[in-house]
Structure formats: structure tokens, C-alpha cells
Design a protein around this ligand. Sequence first.
Ligand code: CTP
Length: 400
Amino acid sequence: MQIILGITGGVAAYKAADLARLLANRGHRVRCILTEAGARFITPLTLSSLTGEPCYGANPDQGEWRAVPNIEHIELARWAELVAVVPATANILGKAANGLASDLLSTVLLATRAPILWAPAMNTGMWEHPAVQANLDRLRSFGHAVVEPGEGVLACGEEGSGKLAEVAVIAEAIQVHGAPKLPVLAGRTVLITAGPTREDLDPVRTLTNRSTGLMGIELARAFRDAGARVQLVLGGDLPAPWGVETLRVRSAQDMLEACEARWTAADGLVAAAAVADQRPESPAAEKAKKLEGNETLVLTRTPDILARLSAARRPDQWAVGFAAESEQHLGHAQGKLLKKGLDAVLVNDIQGGRGFGAQDNALTPITSEGPHPAIGPLPKDQLARAVVQWWARRLEARQG
Ligand code: CTP
């Protein structure tokens, strides 16, 4: 993505350097625009060194500033695929909310047709002032995104809200806001299960599996970026993705209950969780003591979440499952498609250690038409995006 990063005058301006580097490392082209006040906190040389792109500003005489011919604001406005202002002061919010264009950044903000994102940072009193909040509401009404500041000790010594959001959170919001939306998914709710489940034997021992939940989390991000509202029911320890409603669960029974409560309001389901098929029949309330010799553990079946939701679905709801197979993978997966009444099964060939915990993965979709060409191998974030695009094309055809 081609990103314009506007940096206005605030102590948090130094964090914009971290953000610029993070975005550039992720393969984005980042061009910074410093306001005059921003340039008192950070230098153009820092930014151009980190991004490998020129840094722009109002005053071409200083150091690495790029000369700004009259028409440059239009070129920059056209070049941008997203404009992010980090940190955004009350002043720039006020200008943009009222259509004022008095320097390069405010002119680009007015001229661009690219999505715009704000990460404000300011003193608590300023942040809470009705004038600032009214300006933010007005910017939101234009379709701009706002990454709300957090709470903490501010540079002015006060404690309260107004602290710039974490750089990683702003980077994720830029990804979401700048990603192309898929109309067939826009405004739709997708329920996703992800991660391992944990079935307790006693208060300290657990039966689980090697799934991390990364594939399901990347699918949640990809559906979110495509414009869907995502409800993620997540097992395991990986952090929940930003901008996704996540419910953390432990056992298969917890996961079932969380999913059942959300299923009616959803348009579709992607079951990426590695659900334990069995749980201890009688978990102990106290830590079990070791016995002499062999011990036998009696297991009982857990509910099949995917099968239950699929059986309870309306004709307009869709359901996609996963299958992890180490042999005869297409045959077994076809069986699952029919048995659980699914629209598609994504088959993960786990032979040779692929799948669980691996960085790259490949998936073969199976539908009632049979197997489709494999998607991948790709890193899981790219694989998830490719899966969402493949599925969106099928949904479009179905509606078509
Ligand atoms: N699934 C589920 N609830 C379960 C078990 C599985 O929702 N109790 C879902 C998984 O999230 C996945 C699909 O069903 O989408 C996997 O089906 P399953 O029949 O369990 O396949 P495998 O785990 O590959 O099991 P096996 O081959 O042992 O039958």
C-alpha cells in the first residue's frame, strides 16, 4: 500500500518513526509529511532514512526537506492509497473537520480521495473538550477512522486519556482501513472458531493439542479487512486480533455454548478450531494423586460444534469446515463435507509437519463439485486472504 503518514506537533511524534519503520518493513511505501510543529519533535532525516522515501514539509530550507512545488499536494493526494495522521493534534483535527487547508498536510487531507485514519494524542482536558469530540464525530461522519488514544501518564504529567494508541494497534488499524473491501462480505457477520480446546483432567492437568490458533486468527483478520464483522471464539494463548469481537474459551463445551449464542445473528461460520474430540469422563475437583502401576483414563466424546451449528442453520447461512488429514486426505474430507452438511471443507495435508504450528501452509478446498486447486503454500496471513477471496467469489456466484 502507498501510505502518507502525517506527523503533527506532539511529544508522541517520536513514535511515528517506529510506525513508519514497521509499515516500511511490512512492504508498504511510506511518505511522511511533517507539519512545522511536528518538525520540532522529529527530524525529516530520521523519517526519510527509515522509509527510504522523501519526507515532505512546509519549509524546504531545512535539512532533508523535499522542496514543495505548488502542485505537490495534488500529486501526493493522488499517490496515497491511505493517509494516516499520527499523532494528530487537536489543531489538525479541527482544521480537517472544517475543511481548512493552510499547509501541506491539511491540503493533502482535503484533496485526497484515499481513506483517512487519525491517531490523536493530546492532554486529557483537550481530548475531553466537546469541541474536539465534535470535530472527531464530524470526521467519522466523512468515513474517516479514529484509533482512540489510551489512558496513562501523559507528557504534561497528568494522568488520563489522550495517550497515543500503541504503534502495533495503529499499524493494524491502517491495515484494516486501507484493505480493499469485498462487497459480498461488507456488513456480514462471520463466526470463526480458532485454536485448541483444553479438557481438564484435574485443576492442574489438561488434554489439548498442538494447534496455536494462528490460521483461525489470520482468517478473522482477513474477513475483518474485507469488511465483515467478525465474531471469534478462540481457544489457546495467542492474543486476540484488533477490531474483532473475541470470546476466549477453554473446553469444547465452552466453545459450543459461545458459538450457539452467536450463530443466529451470523451469516456464516468458519470452523478452524482444533476441537478435542474427547474429554475425561470425570474430571477431578482436586489434584489427582499418582497411583502405582498403569492407570486408565476414561474419555467421552465432546460435542461436534461444526456439525451442530450446520444442522441448526437457516438456508441463508453458510458453513465452512477444516479437515486435517495425514492420509487419503481428499476422500476423508469429502466424507466430512457430506456428513456435516457443509458448503466447503478446507483440507490441510498435515503430512511432513505442515499445518499445526507451521509458518507456511496450503489448503485444498472441497465442495460438492469435488476438489478445487490448492491455495498456497503461503504464509498464513496471505493464505487467509487468498481463502477469503476464494470464498467471496463463491458467495458472489451463489447470489449471482
Ligand atoms: N470440529 C468441531 N467440533 C468438534 C470436532 C471438530 O467443530 N468436536 C470441526 C473442526 O473445527 C473442523 C472440523 O470439524 O472444522 C474437523 O472435523 P473432524 O471430523 O473433527 O476432523 P478431524 O479433526 O480431522 O478428525 P478425524 O479425522 O479424527 O475424524
